[in-house]
Write a protein that binds this ligand. Structure first.
Ligand code: AQP
Length: 323
């Protein structure tokens, strides 16, 4: 079993493998995967199939190869809100100047809960537009749609076979979302979604992943999974099968912003602001008008005590209670 699984990982070192060729669609040649994994790509083999075109990187190839790599993404499950902005997108803008950055729209994650096809296609485009409007610069960062790169799902299958189910059963987000969805609507993918997230990250040998507090547990699972695969299939075992030996995956570090890592719902002070909350009053969408935002703030649930508490998550709510 171990041997058969390990034999899949060395395909990463073969640039003609289906895995490597499916990766070629989204990423600009010199910003693509480490050459030790995929070999040097031919410029002509790169065709972007994304709705967004990816420009040639501004940074010369030599310097980008020593830059640390960052990946992050947002699900196109609805309207992007202040939590997504402060917890993730806002931080990308600075990071894209000093890191090799890949920002994608994680549409495969969005189908873990019931969805409408046309609405998903629209939200995917809208999310890409919001990335650009917030300052993501395609001359610095690679921007693409997750489902356009088949390797995310292919690696997920390999990783799934190395993931103990007990690890997934412990995920708080699964417990919360499945409770809200009700047993009838809980899909297997809602449980296995963290493995897809691990694949999104490990595929690119990422050094850092900027996330809000809610994703911390999923990132910890990614780190544990990388260590497990390295232990089970890396090192000498990999070398014996013709791989290069050593660690198969880099173990990524989380980048949690000092402020805004957990922006709370406007209607329920115990839950985080979320796209999938049924009440639009619970969140400030980035595309809300000034008047709508003012109205939502006026109506939002406040703390019972007055005063200003300098905890990032309660800042807005406590400030409002002083009005
Ligand atoms: N309330 C939040 N405060 C701070 N950061 C947040 N993030 C999400 N909500 C908050 C961060 O935004 C990034 C993208 O999140 P996602 O779309 O992948 O999924 P999510 O974390 O599950 O966000 P939502 O808005 O709650 O979406 P739904 O309702 O569809 O599940 C992540 O970095 C996340 O940490």
């Amino acid at each position: 079993m171990a041997r058969s699984l390990l034999s899949h990982f060395p395909i990463l070192s073969n640039s003609t493998s289906p895995l490597a060729s499916s990766l070629s669609c989204a990423i600009a040649p010199s910003k693509c995967f480490p050459r030790h994994l995929f070999g040097r790509p031919k410029a002509s083999s790169f065709q972007c199939l994304c709705t967004l075109s990816v420009s040639e990187p501004a940074v010369p190839e030599t310097s980008s190869s020593v830059r640390k790599r960052i990946v992050s993404g947002v699900q196109p499950t609805g309207s992007i809100h202040l939590g997504n902005y402060l917890g993730a997108i806002k931080n990308w803008i600075e990071l894209q100047n000093s890191y090799d950055t890949l920002f994608f729209i994680v549409d495969l994650h969005a189908i873990t809960l019931p969805y409408e096809t046309q609405q998903l296609a629209k939200s995917t485009r809208d999310t890409a537009a919001i990335y650009l409007a917030c300052g993501v610069d395609t001359s610095k960062a690679s921007v693409f749609v997750q489902s356009h790169v088949r390797a995310h799902v292919e690696l997920m299958w390999l990783l799934s076979s190395a993931t103990p189910i007990g690890w997934l059963n412990k995920m708080i987000q699964f417990k919360e979302k499945s409770r809200k969805a009700g047993d009838e609507n809980v899909s297997v993918s809602l449980l296995t979604y963290p493995v897809l997230m691990a694949s999104d990250i490990l595929l690119y040998q990422s050094d850092f992943v900027p996330v809000g507090e809610d994703q911390k547990q999923h990132l910890e699972l990614t780190r544990e999974l990388a260590e497990r695969v390295n232990y089970l299939y890396g090192g000498r075992k990999w070398k014996k099968l013709g791989g290069r030996g050593g660690a198969i995956f880099k173990v990524p570090e989380p980048l949690i912003p000092p402020a805004g890592a957990r922006v709370m719902s406007l209607t329920d002070g115990l839950s985080k602001m979320s796209k999938s909350s049924p009440s639009d009053q619970s969140r400030i969408n980035l595309l809300d008008s000034k008047d709508v935002i003012a109205n939502k703030i006026k109506r939002c649930k406040t703390d019972s005590s007055t005063g200003l508490i300098f905890a990032p998550s309660t800042f807005i709510i406590s400030a409002v209670s002083m009005l």
